[in-house]
Design a protein around this ligand. Sequence first.
Ligand SMILES: NC(=O)c1ccc[n+]([C@@H]2O[C@H](COP(=O)([O-])OP(=O)(O)OC[C@H]3O[C@@H](n4cnc5c(N)ncnc54)[C@H](OP(=O)(O)O)[C@@H]3O)[C@@H](O)[C@H]2O)c1
Length: 291
Amino acid sequence: MKSIAVLGAAGKVGQLMLKELSRMDAKAEVQAYGRDEKPSHCDIAILCTDDPVSEVLAKELKDKAGFIIDMSAKFRNDPAVPLVIPEINADTITKDTRLIASPNCTTTGLVMALNPLKKKYTLKEVFFCSYQAISGGGKKLIEDFNTEGSLYQANCVPLIGSIQPSGFTSEELKGINETRKILRLPDIKVRPHTVRVPVMVSHSLGVTLRAEQDFDMNGIQDLFASQSGVICDGKIYTPKEVAGKDEVFISRIRRDYEDKNILHFWITFDNLLKGAALNGRQIAQYLLENF
Ligand SMILES: NC(=O)c1ccc[n+]([C@@H]2O[C@H](COP(=O)([O-])OP(=O)(O)OC[C@H]3O[C@@H](n4cnc5c(N)ncnc54)[C@H](OP(=O)(O)O)[C@@H]3O)[C@@H](O)[C@H]2O)c1
């Protein structure tokens, strides 16, 4: 039987990762590791830790784990490391791959929506404003939110991550770089604005997309829904009702009132599931089934 080690297992993503692995089709023995604990050997190590911890653990486990799946941002921009959403680009994992990165949660929802459109349209530019849940900031932010007088209560905070020299935040740069890498569209313009909102679970994005061609509104709903893992059925979805669900939900689709090559829509999905633990579990399942 194959073995899977979950490191950072007491964290928000780690806890859900254990739950996800317990409902995985491919059977494997799963072991949870807390702070300062490591496996001596495993087939797959899943790092549910922050960037600096993942960097150290990936080095330490290099010869001890067959594959490493990292949930942090540490390796996502490394050209040698596949950044994987299995429904979109599992083919970037090869027999020589040892380390795989799972993408940023907000980016995951965005690319799940853009990927089916990419098959019919030349995507040129995407603007988005995110409405990101408190649980996206892990245990520390949840604790802060539950403290009286927290800045995050009954408020919107337009700062996620740290401000970079360009004026964009580290979170916004993830949206740019990871979208280009996952969709294999190095030239697509991504114009992000990320905001933390007082919602406990599920991120949302208001999206404006420009393509080279006019958008054909006949069948646009079906085109979105053709992506495995996406629900687009004409209903309007809110973060509260999609918390705990596996899929990415798309609604409010409309063509621009002046430009036919501009489309507006709304995305909402569980940041801890498809945005993190579910995607990590799907990568592990793909590895078990294919290598
Ligand atoms: N939350 C999300 O929606 C989301 C989505 C996508 C990706 N991610 C990424 O997933 C990773 C985990 O996020 P999270 O939200 O679960 O954060 P979290 O709740 O803060 O959990 C982090 C875990 O790492 C553990 N840890 C800290 N130092 C460690 C060390 N030296 N060795 C081993 N474990 C150590 C912590 O242990 P203690 O319990 O002892 O503090 C904690 O359990 C982050 O890189 C995050 O960016 C998160």
